[in-house]
Design a protein. Structure first.
Length: 152
């Protein structure tokens, strides 16, 4: 068997080193540059996409900041408009209250005048009635006192 024969060791080692060297050179000169090229292309694509997404992220952040500012401005404008409308409604409400209070006061005065007029009429009717019926009233009063047995 040649593998156990020491005279063949030099030849076996030579061809082993030669084959290994050819494989190493073939890999180094052919496969490694291709792998390096693919790796560089991959790295470039990744960097390009990373830069693109960072640009989009920056644009998105800018747009979000603008939208937030616009929303805040709109909210402030709406708050101002709402406050103005509230003030207008309060003023109208106060005016309506004043108007109703004036009407109420006028009606109260009219009712007071009517009441006083009615009282004067009743008073004049009573004053007319008393002299005409004084004797009848006096008799009835005495009769009722006698019925109650109250001395005058």
């Amino acid at each position: 068997m040649p593998q156990f024969d020491t005279s063949f060791y030099a030849s076996i080692i030579f061809w082993l080193l030669f084959g290994f060297g050819v494989c190493i050179l073939f890999i180094k000169d052919y496969f490694l540059p291709r792998f390096q090229m693919f790796n560089n292309q991959r790295h470039d694509v990744i960097e390009a996409k990373k830069n693109m997404y960072q640009g989009k992220l920056h644009l998105t952040s800018t747009l979000i900041a603008q939208y937030r500012k616009e929303l805040k401005d709109i909210k402030d404008d709406h708050s101002k408009i709402l406050e103005e409308k509230i003030q207008e409604l309060r003023a109208k409400h106060q005016e309506k209250i004043r108007s109703l209070e004036q009407k109420l006061e006028q009606e109260r005065l009219q009712m007071t005048m009517l009441w006083e007029k009615d009282l004067k009429k009743i008073e004049s009717d009573i004053l007319k009635f008393i002299p005409e019926h004084a004797s009848t009233i006096q008799k009835k009063f005495k009769t009722s006192l006698e019925d109650m047995q109250c001395p005058l």
